[in-house]
Ligand binder design. Sequence first.
Ligand SMILES: Nc1ncnc2c1ncn2[C@@H]1O[C@H](COP(=O)(O)OP(=O)(O)OP(=O)(O)O)[C@@H](O)[C@H]1O
Ligand SMILES: [Mg+2]
Length: 377
Amino acid sequence: MSMIKIEHLRKEYPNVTPLEDVNAEINKGDVISIIGPSGTGKSTLLRCLNQLEKPTSGTVTFDGEVITDSKCKMEHIRQKMGMVFQSFNLFSNLNIIENIMAAPIKLLGKSRQEAYDEGMELLKRVGLAEKALNFPDELSGGQKQRVAIARAIAMKPEMILFDEPTSALDPTMVGEVLQVIRGLARDGMTMMIVTHEMNFARDVSTRVFYMDEGGIYEEGTPEQIFDNPVKEKTRIFIKRLKQLPLTIESADFDFINCSAQLETFARDNMLSDRTIHNLQLVFEEALTQNIAIRNDVFPISVMAELSETDESIVLKATYGGEKFDPMTDGDEVSAAIVNNASASTEHSFENCRNRFKSVIKNSREPEKTKKKRSGRK
Ligand SMILES: Nc1ncnc2c1ncn2[C@@H]1O[C@H](COP(=O)(O)OP(=O)(O)OP(=O)(O)O)[C@@H](O)[C@H]1O
Ligand SMILES: [Mg+2]
């Protein structure tokens, strides 16, 4: 029997109906990633499941109990269904261990000692035992989110809902939070995770729901959804995640903005800091220092693209003018830097269009070694 059954779930707001007809069954041990464009009702779905929002119609059955029924006790549901939010929602007036102990004492009737002992175990599990007596304000975003997860687990829920648990975090802290969620998946915790961390979704989930058009538009295994989506909108969404187009109109284009977009794109695809640095170097040296200083090249179409086959990233540029290969015809120092940051480069000239391509050197080196690099940005 499925753990959760969602039938014809509908949620209307005065001006918009994000959920028209959602149907799904979730089994024990499922790890479901929910992806989709902004505004397609991903958060609304989670909020309707744990009754933070009252659905307009339809039913949700959890462990054989119809929880959308008005007689059903909310505390009882929330005890079995933990929720972790983007914004942590810790109690700022309680220290970390008290944050974790509060609900088990109040709702599960645990003694302070028992709640404390279990809370300390959980803090160890998320690597934060030494922060037990600190207050939320004294923790980094990643640490706060790990506490929020420990707090959810303290209620011994049957499942946990996560709404973009890493999207409010500094990129350097995303990994530590995803690692905790991975650990839960290994332990068999049933989870539904709204996320835009696609590599994470791919390797942690058992199923992926792509939401659009008022419901679960397409669902399947991570391989089906990420590699072979069947429906048009899913294809477009997945493809867009893997490509970032940029256009350089003139020599005084907004370099900082382009470089930042490249960084965000690379981070969304979970590339390492070193790889991102290489990508930005190639962009700066090949494009800005070499191609974009020429007169007749504009507009330059740039595309950063995630390779279909592995996790490498490719930077492509198409531009006009005479035949010009930045690796042989331009500044030698720039060419050497590009060469160093690329696994390979290619240039061709056909029909008066130059095409330059760099496969960025993909590096998963540990944090420590990257600091040795020169301060060049
Ligand atoms: N409390 C509310 N009152 C009115 N409209 C709302 C409310 N909450 C959400 N909406 C609307 O419902 C739609 C779906 O919102 P929801 O937050 O579920 O989307 P989402 O898929 O989570 O988007 P995002 O990826 O941006 O987080 C949006 O158009 C939003 O403006
Ligand atoms: Mg949302």
